[in-house]
Design a protein around this ligand. Structure first.
Ligand code: ZN
Length: 326
């Protein structure tokens, strides 16, 4: 174990290893003494005013007509080589950056300030008793959330990207539980039993098209955008967030596999199930959450706009108030 375990961890987890530098952080489900409310004691940035996740209040959205479709490059091709699935002690992570092919998995457009290439994806989930998304919708937590982390192609390293507010772009997807399995998740779900313990990693048998993990292409036009941070220490405020309206469907038993198969780092001989690995919503402060051009949730302003355009005469003719249901 020893050195080999360390080597694997360092190779696979640049993001997490850097994040953990300067103190030991955890989730409340591991130990309330080092949970999210204590992170700012380890890293002052975690107490900043542009932190993530946030609650997305759909009555308070600001429509931005400049937020058109995001261009997904390489999402529809299975790259050559292998992908490594890792239990990093806080989540299950699929490393996408270990192959040259990852240069070709990238996003741009959709109001993103540049082109960003994919580094890794990971998940946040709850427990048998509760949901575990990080972002919330109108105050409601969803069962699980997928984050696909991308780095601005202007920057060569994560450290360099962390020096710029537009350094990273993360795509967030909510999950919705269904009675039938989402077979596109079979490769990841089957891999979980091989990475039950913190520090374990496994090469997946094959790569696959990342697009298969997402809602259908026609459903990716509706999203929310805001400026925020990493949701784990060091909580760097360098993330352009995109949260998609349309959830991904996952089978009840597949979600159960995340909740029951994986473990946090052992404390002594005791194994602790990896559950509730989410940070709760942080204050929005002066930030705004924008709705894309095609998002169905429109916030309050279009409704007011409509009423301002309707003349009193027309109102009389309609014999009723101007109402548009979102
Ligand atoms: Zn995350």
């Amino acid at each position: 174990m020893g050195m080999q375990w360390l080597a694997i961890t360092f190779l696979a987890l640049p993001l997490v290893v850097r994040a953990a530098a300067g103190g030991q952080w955890c989730y409340d489900s591991q130990d309330p003494e080092c949970g999210p409310s204590h992170w700012k004691e380890l890293k002052a940035t975690c107490g900043g005013d542009k932190q993530s996740p946030v609650n997305i209040d759909r009555r308070q959205l600001h429509r931005d007509g400049g937020l058109g479709d995001i261009l997904f490059e390489g999402y529809d091709q299975a790259p050559p080589g292998k992908w490594k699935l890792t239990n990093d002690g806080h989540t299950v992570m699929l490393s996408l950056a270990s192959e040259l092919a990852s240069e070709h998995i990238a996003i741009s457009g959709g109001g993103l300030p540049g082109r960003y290439r994919a580094l890794q994806l990971h998940f946040h989930w709850g427990s048998p008793a509760r949901n575990g998304s990080e972002h919330t919708l109108d105050g409601h937590q969803l069962p699980m959330e997928l984050h696909i982390v991308h780095i601005n192609v202007k920057y060569r390293t994560l450290a360099e990207a962390k020096g710029h507010p537009n350094g990273l772009a993360v795509l967030g997807f909510f999950f919705q539980v269904s009675d039938t399995s989402n077979t596109n998740y079979n490769t990841i779900v089957a891999g979980l039993r091989n990475i039950s313990r913190a520090g374990d990693s496994v090469d997946l048998a094959s790569t696959f098209r990342l697009s298969t993990l997402l809602p259908g292409a026609s459903q990716l036009s509706g999203y929310y955008r805001y400026q925020g941070s990493l949701t784990t220490p060091d909580c760097s405020e360098v993330v352009v967030w995109t949260i998609f309206e349309e959830p991904v469907e996952i089978g009840r038993e597949q979600l159960q596999a995340f909740v029951s198969t994986l473990h946090f780092p052992a404390v002594g001989p005791a194994l602790l199930k990896m559950t509730n690995n989410f940070r709760p919503p942080q204050p929005l402060h002066s930030r705004k959450v924008f709705a894309s051009r095609a998002a169905t949730a429109s916030g309050g302003s279009p409704r007011r706009g409509c009423c301002q355009l309707v003349t009193p005469l027309l109102l009389l003719a309609l014999l009723g108030p101007c109402t548009i249901t979102p």
